[in-house]
Write a protein that binds this ligand. Structure first.
Ligand code: TRP
Length: 455
């Protein structure tokens, strides 16, 4: 018999699930990462591939994660095992959940470092450190921050602590109240930024960069990065959405909910890109500047804008908030498992996980200064953690989840959980999840591997 409730609680209603899952999806991936990887990979063609991946891989897999979570009603590890049993298969499918929990730690460790940068900028904006900035000075401030291990450590630690606090209390309570107010505010502020960049005189250039399709710019590696980012930005492939799905009401529609979340997430990323690139071009900055892109361009814009100090402060505050609600979902699968299986209290589980991700994060932050020379496959710890998760573990996890939902769960189970309004939509989902999504991931993987080995 499928369970009706999770021991960890439940969302009050369908909207709260949408808010929480959007809170998980919308984060640094949208505002920090998307613009800079689009910039590094030449813009338009990359953006198009990313949008196709959201549609054909992201959305069907997100539906699968929600349905598995809601069917299993437990942490992702145990939900995978339970639903496998229910369908008459081996419990080793729990391994997908294990890999996901591990990916969650890895992502958290560098995510928290970047979130620490955001906290530093909130403080800087708050005390008026960023007035009258040229792009050169903005670059110096950012590079100065990266070189300063101690400052990085302080903000990274603070971020880990505020995430632990929510995990300790249970995600249903704290998250609901905060998200309801702050998510809409983030949208408003993004549109303020967009309005500014529309008036920057370089909007058309920014628009062109993001939406002008030039396939010659595209490499198979860029396609892999776009695919990986589709997973990253929708919080897929490691159990975040599965964990949140396990707190979802039985009667709520999965299809419509998932579409809403994916649409909001994509909107935020595109608006962030449209806000950032005109500013990049107006200030002769390099679109391929890398992870510092947002931290260098936006302070310049805020320092020139009327009321920019206030907007800047609020903007970074919202980004910090978005990072916070995302990071919570990175830790939740592990925490839920510790509580469920080892009978730990939520407080203990959050402290234990907090210490682990904090330590890994210290390694990631030191790769900008003390351990900059320490590389693995030519990557620093920070780059490696990003690469191994977004480009390997998440697509692999997603591939396995798609195969599991499409080929191993029984038709009755998926049809019943999804309860889509029309049989046609169900068929479409099933065809995509069985063939299209797995094939896309497998082909992109294979071509990259081939190029790496051949090249
Ligand atoms: N999606 C979030 C962002 O874009 C990050 C995130 C939260 C995530 N949970 C995840 C990424 C699970 C991958 C997997 O910022």
């Amino acid at each position: 018999m499928p369970r009706t409730h999770s021991i960890h609680g439940a969302w009050a209603n369908r909207w709260i699930f949408i808010l929480a899952a959007t809170g998980s999806a919308v984060g640094l991936g949208n505002i920090w990462k998307f613009p800079y990887i689009a910039g590094e990979n030449g813009g338009g063609a990359f953006v198009l591939v990313y949008l196709v991946c959201i549609l054909l891989v992201g959305i069907p897999i997100m539906m699968s994660e929600v349905l598995i979570g809601r069917r299993g009603r437990q942490s992702p590890i145990n939900s995978m095992r339970e639903t496998a049993y229910e369908a008459g298969h081996h419990g080793r499918w729990a391994g997908v959940g294990w890999m996901g929990a591990l990916a969650g730690f890895f992502i958290f460790s560098f995510y928290s470092v970047v979130a620490g940068w955001v906290l530093y900028y909130i403080a800087g904006m708050g005390v008026g450190q960023f007035v009258d900035l040229g792009s050169e000075q903005a670059g110096q401030i950012f590079n100065g921050l990266l070189a300063d291990a101690e400052t990085l450590l302080i903000w990274h630690t603070l971020f880990v602590v505020i995430v632990m606090m929510v995990i300790a209390g249970g995600v249903n309570k704290g998250l609901e109240r905060a998200t309801r107010v702050l998510m809409p505010l983030l949208f408003v502020l993004l549109f303020v930024l967009l309005a500014y960049s529309m008036n920057s005189g370089h909007f058309a250039e920014g628009w062109d960069f993001l939406f002008h399709f030039d396939p010659s710019e595209l490499s198979w590696n860029a396609v892999l990065i776009a695919l990986g980012h589709a997973f990253f930005t929708l919080s897929l492939g490691m159990g975040s959405i599965m964990a949140y799905g396990s707190y979802m009401g039985k009667g709520d529609s999965i299809g419509g909910t998932v579409l809403t979340i994916a649409a909001l997430d994509t909107l935020v990323a595109l608006v962030a890109g449209l806000a950032i690139f005109p500013i990049v071009f107006a200030n002769q900055l390099d679109p391929g500047a890398g992870p510092g892109l947002m931290f260098i361009t936006l302070p310049v814009a805020f320092s020139q804008m009327a009321g920019g100090q206030v907007f800047g402060f609020l903007f970074f505050l919202m980004v910090g908030f978005a990072a916070w609600t995302s990071a919570i979902s990175l830790m939740e699968p592990g925490a839920a498992w510790l509580v469920e299986t080892l009978g730990m209290s939520r407080v203990r589980a959050s402290v234990l996980l907090g210490v682990v991700v904090w330590a890994l994060g210290v390694l990631a932050l030191s790769s900008f200064n003390i351990t900059a020379d320490l590389t693995l496959f030519g990557m620093t710890a920070f780059d490696f953690l990003d690469f191994i998760t977004a480009n390997v573990m998440l697509p692999l996890g997603g591939l396995l989840i798609a195969l599991f939902a499409g080929w191993y769960l029984t038709r009755e189970m998926t049809e019943d959980e999804l309860s889509l309004r029309s049989a046609l939509i169900y068929h479409a989902w099933r065809v995509v999840i069985r063939y299209v999504s797995p094939a896309a991931v497998a082909v992109i993987f294979a071509l990259n591997l081939y190029q790496k080995l051949a090249g």
